[in-house]
Design a protein around this ligand. Structure first.
Ligand code: SF4
Length: 125
């Protein structure tokens, strides 16, 4: 398991005269929320829009024969999984459509597990 770098602790407020204060604090001196852009916690894949069901409430509008988004392949997923691992990803998630009608889905999950995700998750919308 990769360990993610922790955010730098907030520094004491020393006045409103530096650009750093504008980045980390509101004009009232309160700490701002921020995203660590150099790390990645979770990566989601859309595995394609095809599904074996056709639920009327489907957020994706998926169904049998729906190929608006083609089924993802292991070869397409691998470089994104590799990049995500380098960025410290902790979880891969897969949605569609129905991920388990995708021919390469088990191979993709195996690869994600092998590369370090402790809990790849696949679900329908
Ligand atoms: S993706 Fe999920 S919600 Fe959509 S049709 Fe398939 S099973 Fe139903």
């Amino acid at each position: 398991m990769n360990s993610l770098p922790q955010p730098a602790p907030p520094q004491p407020h020393t006045g409103r005269d530096s650009a750093r204060d504008d980045w980390f604090e509101t004009p009232d001196g309160l700490p701002r929320g921020y995203i660590q852009t150099e790390t990645l916690t979770e990566l989601w894949f859309n595995t394609g829009t095809i599904c074996n069901l056709a639920c009327p409430f489907c957020l994706e509008g998926s169904g049998p024969g729906d190929n608006r988004l083609g089924a993802i392949t292991l070869a397409e997923a691998k470089p994104f999984i590799e990049d995500a691992v380098q960025l410290g990803v902790r979880q891969f998630s897969f949605t569609g459509g129905e991920p388990f009608v995708v021919r390469d889905m088990i191979s993709i999950l195996d690869f994600a597990l092998e590369r370090g995700s402790s809990s790849p998750t696949a679900r329908s919308p």
